[in-house]
Design a protein around this ligand. Sequence first.
Ligand SMILES: C[S@@+](CC[C@H](N)C(=O)[O-])C[C@H]1O[C@@H](n2cnc3c(N)ncnc32)[C@H](O)[C@@H]1O
Ligand code: SF4
Length: 287
Amino acid sequence: MRFLDFLFPKSLRPGRQPAPPADEKDSQLNVYNYREAIKEPPAHFSAIRFDPNNTCNLHCVYCHNPRSDESVSAQELMDFIDSRVLAVKHFQMGCIMEPTLDKRLTDLMLAVSKSRAKPTETFMLQTNGLLLNKHDFGKMREAGLTLLSVSVDAAEPDTQKELRNGTSLDRVVRNVRAFREALPEVKVSFITTVTTSNIAKVSGIVALGLDLGVKQFVFREVFYHPENDIVDHARMPGLLLKPGQFQGMRDEILGAYEGQAEFIFADSVSISTYIEKIKTDSLIPKH
Ligand SMILES: C[S@@+](CC[C@H](N)C(=O)[O-])C[C@H]1O[C@@H](n2cnc3c(N)ncnc32)[C@H](O)[C@@H]1O
Ligand code: SF4
């Protein structure tokens, strides 16, 4: 099991690795903050998590993020990179919304790859996987994509549909398969939000992923912020895990599959702490 810089900053990994330099930032860049972010001094970034757009084709039951038709233009992204970025270890396309809805996705990736923000370690695309087939895999290769992370909450269609608002699991699987055939050198990760609806079924996700050549599985315990005005309040309380459940699931998964892939587990407290931290590090107003 290994923890990754781009998911969990070293400061959240007790005793594992030395802390990054004090001036290294792990920041989001999106429609909410790019106007302010560009005004700050140049910096080294451990991670930039960029959302070119601010909308999504799904309404997952637990998703807290508001949406709009706004986007960050290619020029605005380049202006940010030119004025703010000295170097980046991890560049992530898609963090708070769904990047594959943006037709400019692979051109923006290419632009990043030719700029100072070309990541030295990981170039990642985070997606719900449904529209992956609409994008040019050749451009992804040319841009140097190293990691495709796909959200999958179940290996059977009904639970996937229940949690991820009508997603076709079949379509996601077809797209991952096609991606693997086109770009076998790119690591594929499954990311699963663990709730009471799918906790008993997560080993099926690992079995499905291993069959597809997935090399990394990330399990995140669902978090709930009752003050949020987007999330489905009628359903959320019933989806939250009881104390010890996430740890029990982790032990079962590692007992059955350890050594066959990389496994990462993040409980809801560390996710919420981390989200607050990257918003703070972004030097930008919180949203
Ligand atoms: C906000 S989405 C954005 C990227 C893309 N749309 C996707 O779904 O992969 C990023 C990840 O956050 C997870 N997520 C959303 N709401 C969550 C919650 N309340 N608790 C834990 N993870 C959550 C999603 O399942 C997804 O894996
Ligand atoms: S979790 Fe991702 S796919 Fe689901 S609604 Fe939120 S942004 Fe969209």
